[in-house]
Ligand binder design. Sequence first.
Ligand code: OSB
Ligand code: MG
Length: 381
Amino acid sequence: MNVEQVDLYHIRIPLVAPFETSFGVTTERESIIARIIADGVVGWGECVADQDPGYCYETVGTAWHIITDFLIPRLFSAPLDTPRHVPERFRWVRGHQMAKATLESALWDIAAQQAGVSLREYIGGVRDRVVVGVSIGIQPSTEQLVERVLGFREIGYGRIKIKIKPGRDLADARAVRAAIPGVPLMVDANSAYTLNDAGLFKQMEDLDLLMIEQPLSNDDIYEHSKLQKQLTTPICLDESIHSAADARFAIELGSCRIINIKQGRVGGLTNAIAVHDACAEHSIPVWCGGMLETGIGRALNVALATLPNFKLPGDLSASNRYYNPDLIDPAFEFNSDGTLSVPTAPGLGVNVVLERLEKVTLRKALLSAKSRLHLLANRSG
Ligand code: OSB
Ligand code: MG
């Protein structure tokens, strides 16, 4: 694979509805879309970093810097045999998993197209539909939360996840459980609590939660093992897991019984597959997390979620739950059996609507291997 050109689009796209977590509210999502040309084939990637460092240290700004100044020169420096070699090529750059994953995605898209198969087939995915759930942000009141949950149940979402934060936890979870008895339900704290809050999580034990996602610090694995020992409800780690080594460490310590895999958080699809395999070896089920992706990032997630150890519904809702319109056409539609269909066309298998992409673009960089030409276009707003 000879990388010839990389176009970067810094976008800002309005969400259909605000999304509130313990670390803030998002009404418009900023992201970087990468369009790579290698051997004359076009591939796409989406950066999952947020505009601010509330979820993790990476932001759209740090990713732009790392991608343009350090990662792209490493792609231009020599051909690549396979996208599986991308983590090694980028290893010199410490961390910055989301920046790395953005470019790796586009290379997987290209490699699968060159093989003439969908990305799902290319990575050995075992299903053509993936079971999905919905992640519902904190609402202005518990009553509004219950109303929203019931709305998604009506559409057919089979697994409900609610966000919690101190002051909006037990009462919200109890009210939702009372409204949907028997429906798979989980909570996501996004690192908002400490071990001193163990009592709160014990009070949630009788709610029959599927799991409690990332209750403690974003950089902790040890204290989660202490909390898990006090609970029968499984803990699921999200923020704390950046690699297969982290996953093995967490499993060995007993810090969680489930792992959320976000390909961006672990540095790309190659590492995501390694985390998947490490969990499978230890009989730890995984599910595919989301970061409010447009259809471009969603397509990658959906392909990833077809691997055999993705045993639980992913945070992979239909396009219309996030953006209207999405950047792709056709959009991801919700199937009445609670699934999304996996694209079957070669590569990621989605059509990016260039006019829509341009319309939400704030700044653009066009980098070419030949001329090392670096054209920057900025637009305010
Ligand atoms: O913790 O899973 C999370 C969105 C942004 C940042 C972090 C998280 C989330 C979600 C949304 O829960 C999942 C989705 O894309 O639907
Ligand atoms: Mg989470």
